[in-house]
Every structure is written in C-alpha cells, then in structure tokens.
Design a protein around this ligand. Structure first.
Ligand SMILES: [Ca+2]
Ligand SMILES: [Ca+2]
Ligand SMILES: [Ca+2]
Ligand SMILES: [Ca+2]
Length: 306
C-alpha cells in the first residue's frame, strides 16, 4: 500500500529534535509531566516557538522516571463522536499547517475542505476530529466554545500498569489555554454512541495542567496560547478493565492531544478495538489517507530515534 505521501515522508530529513524540561507541580488526580520531546519536521512553515505548523510528540516523561515513547507507547484516535452541542466544537489546525512538512491539515488529510471547518454535519465533524487526534501533532486538535461533549476511541485499548494507585499514567491530555473545566470518563465497552463507562469520572480545571514550554497559534485564535498537559492513572476512573477511549465533556476546552500511553506496550495495549466502538461516520473510505498518516508517523518516529 504505497502512496506518494508515505514515500515523501519517509525521505524527509528531520529539521530538529527538541526537548523542553519543566518543573512539575503535583495536583490531586493529575500526574504532572516533567518533560516532553518533540520533532519539528523538515519543510515546516514555522520551526520556532510559538508554533503555527506541526510539531510531533516524540516522548513524554513523568516524575516517576517513566518515559512514554512514540515507538508504540503513545496511541491516538481511530474514531470520534460528538454527542452534545455539535455547534460548540470543531477540528482545528495551526495557522500555517499545510503539506510543506509532509503533514497537511486534519481536514485535507481525509479529503475534506478545511474552509468548512465549522460544519456540524456528523460525517464531516466526526471524521475531521478523528483525523486531528489520529496523529501526534500537538498543533492539531479541537477548538471548543461553551459546553460540548465528544468521545475518542484509541487505536489500541490501554490497561493499567499497576492495579493500585500509581504515578504512571495511562492517559495524557494536552490542552491549549488553561481556564476551562472538563470532565473525563473512560470508555470500557458499549458502542460509539452508547458507551459503557468506568465507574468514576475525573473533573479537571485545566489551570492545574502543566505548561509544556510550547505555545501554539491556531486558525481560530489571533495569537499564540500555552499548551499544557497532564496524565491520569487508570485508578482515577475506578477501573482495571481495558480503557478503549475517553468521553470528554468540557466548558470550552481546546484539546491538542488525547493519548493512551503505555509504559510497556507489549503488555498494556490491546489492538483488538471492538468494532462497535468505531463510529462509521468517522472513518474515511478504505485506503484513504488517515491510515497512511498513521503509517507515516511511525516512519517519522523511527527516523527521529536514530
Ligand atoms: Ca503541516
Ligand atoms: Ca498537520
Ligand atoms: Ca494504577
Ligand atoms: Ca498506571
């Protein structure tokens, strides 16, 4: 299944592999990262902070010493579904996100017109949001206004590294700006539009997330805002079951990365995502670019670790 895009990414030299380290502050329920490492791909329209083109998460480090690497331990979305107030959420990209760096905007990637970004047609909206969360770009995500709710299903289920409360998260969220309240539930079964949830939800004020050292400027805002992150142990959701995805209900939060993270991908991840959890509206026709995008990122990631 070769494609021009896959080949072109394979041959892209990496312009820069960059790390930021920052102090962590412990907040109940939120596990603070201590560092992230990221790649700015060659050909980017913007190679310095604040970023308006793609930046790819390579690894994220927590105080426990755990390093989650993009080599398989960081997993994005295979499906999404907006279940409340479609007019308050849309997929979003950096001001200068085009294909010059080998990764175009989340709309074009799946054959949609980026200028229709505010469409609330379910197939447009769920597909573009899935696309935004299917890569490790931290400059693609969702822009929220007022109350909305959506879910994402990861491309592999995640289970806890330790059934007791521990400091190694299974879920990491990145949010731009930091003044919103968000409630997160873990999806452990059911269907994409009628999920079965783990018994506990966790509510976060994004002001308690940790600044990553990155600032991003996206299409719908006039200047850059900070990107913040936090991790969650599976115990925050009260479950030892496999977590297939998350439901996120937010009062205006802007998310630029929702990932399942595994310390040990070989034991914690399950690739057999139940078909019933995958929203058919969110999946492009077979052989289109979402799958190519995932493949390309893996290639990029291998290159970046050489
Ligand atoms: Ca780009
Ligand atoms: Ca992009
Ligand atoms: Ca645990
Ligand atoms: Ca854990």
């Amino acid at each position: 299944m070769f494609s021009p895009r896959m080949l072109s990414l394979q041959n892209i030299p990496i312009a820069a592999i960059i790390g930021t380290t920052f102090l962590h502050t412990l907040t109940a329920g939120i596990i603070a990262p201590t560092a992230i490492n990221y790649t700015v791909p060659a050909g980017s329209n913007d190679t310095t902070n604040p970023f308006t083109d793609d930046v790819f998460l390579d690894s994220i480090v927590f105080a426990s010493g755990t390093v989650y690497s993009a080599g398989g331990g960081i997993r994005g979305a295979v499906s999404s579904f907006v279940s409340l107030n479609r007019n308050n959420i849309n997929a979003e990209r950096g001001d200068n996100d085009d294909d010059s760096d080998g990764d175009t905007d989340p709309f074009t990637r799946v054959g949609l017109d980026p200028m229709n970004y505010e469409s609330t047609d379910p197939s447009f909206q769920d597909r573009s949001i899935t696309s935004a969360f299917s890569t490790r770009s931290l400059v693609e995500g969702v822009d929220g206004e007022s109350l909305y709710r959506f879910n994402i299903i990861f491309n592999a289920g995640i289970s806890d590294n330790d059934a007791g409360v521990d400091s190694m998260p299974e879920v990491v969220l990145f949010e731009r700006g930091n003044n919103d309240t968000t409630t997160v539930k873990a999806i452990i079964g059911g269907t994409y539009n009628a999920p079965v949830y783990a018994p506990l939800s966790t509510t976060i004020n994004s002001g308690n997330l940790t600044y990553t050292g990155l600032d991003i400027d996206t299409y719908e805002i006039g200047s850059a805002q900070s990107l913040n992150a936090g991790g969650f142990d599976a115990n925050d959701f009260g479950t030892t079951s496999t977590i297939w995805g998350l439901e996120i209900e937010s009062n205006g939060g802007d998310f630029y990365g929702v990932f399942a993270v595994a310390e040990d991908p070989s034991t914690q991840l399950d690739s057999n995502v139940p078909q019933a959890l995958i929203n058919p509206d969110a999946v492009p026709e077979p052989h289109t670019s979402m799958f190519i995008g995932i493949t390309s990122l893996c290639l990029l990631c291998r290159r970046s670790r050489k």
